[in-house]
Design a protein around this ligand. Structure first.
Ligand code: SF4
Ligand code: SF4
Ligand code: SF4
Length: 265
């Protein structure tokens, strides 16, 4: 009798990605005709709103969303995302973000991935933190959610409801180009301000991926990592949990390890 295949951690992540794509499309249509269609599912929109509103004491909920008669304060939504990040670091990126999933699919089917190389000077994961700080400062100064005018994810998910933001179209096309030639990592590791925000929690996350057993230095985990993290050298061989700002908890390294020494949570 054939041996039953065990469900892998990355399979559970894939199921979550599909569910969040479905939820995003469903909620986008549910909020059809509202200017904020998809925004309430976007942690970066809530974060910018917080900076734009400034005085939390008088605007505790930043803004309110209605699901039928039910009122959902923005502060609650952002609080839930932050709580998840405190527990599991950048898991939003690997398991929930519909735009990250879209870029992952583009990378998978791209016939031109790897045909162009990013100049070494531009390969800087710290760049996204500068972009994050820049857009939060912009929100603070202008009282607006400035990034939403350029957001490539907003282009597609707002676009589905007929709210096309013309100025974001060239950004969207550029990011698709980046995804096709360089893969998801180029946007998610170097440029995305929301990825940067969640990356800040990776250092203090409560539950990380950690080693439990002897590493044979086969480097299969490095090869499987879509964010090109030196999993074995930087973390596992030093007996440390993977608290890298770029780890999106995709679980690929756990599946790839022949010794099965990587554990989560
Ligand atoms: S880095 Fe940005 S686009 Fe990529 S998965 Fe995270 S939030 Fe989504
Ligand atoms: S370190 Fe592991 S879980 Fe984190 S991004 Fe790389 S492969 Fe995925
Ligand atoms: S795949 Fe496992 S055994 Fe191989 S280097 Fe990574 S942690 Fe070590």
């Amino acid at each position: 009798m054939a041996k039953k295949e065990k469900i892998k951690p990355s399979d559970i992540r894939k199921i979550s990605q599909v569910l969040f794509i479905v939820l995003t499309i469903f909620m986008t249509y549910l909020f059809y005709s509202r200017g904020t269609a998809i925004c309430w599912l976007d942690p970066f929109w809530h974060l910018q709103t917080l900076f734009a509103n400034k005085d939390i004491s008088t605007t505790v909920s930043f803004t309110e969303h209605y699901i039928g008669d039910f009122v959902l304060p923005s502060v609650v939504v952002l609080g839930v995302f932050i709580a998840i990040a405190l527990l599991f670091g950048r898991i939003f990126c690997g398991w929930m973000c519909p735009f990250g999933t879209l870029l992952q699919c583009i990378e998978k089917i791209s016939p031109v991935k790897g045909k162009l190389h990013i100049p070494h000077e531009l390969k800087d994961p710290e760049m996204k933190y500068v972009i994050l700080a820049g857009f939060l400062l912009l929100s603070f100064i202008t009282n607006q959610t400035g990034f939403c005018e350029f957001c490539p994810a907003g282009t597609i998910f707002k676009g589905m409801t007929g709210h096309i933001i013309i100025i974001s179209l060239p950004v969207f096309i550029s990011v698709v180009f980046i995804g096709l030639f360089y893969g998801r990592k180029a946007w998610c590791s170097y440029l995305c301000p929301l990825g940067a925000f969640f990356g800040l929690f990776s250092k203090i996350q409560i539950f990380g991926i950690k080693p439990d057993g002897d590493c044979v230095k086969c480097l299969m985990c490095n090869k499987a990592c879509p964010m090109d993290i030196l999993v074995a050298e930087k973390y596992i061989q030093k007996g440390k949990p993977i608290n890298d700002g770029d780890c999106i908890k995709c679980m690929n390294c756990i599946d790839a390890c022949p010794r099965k020494i990587l554990k989560f949570p």
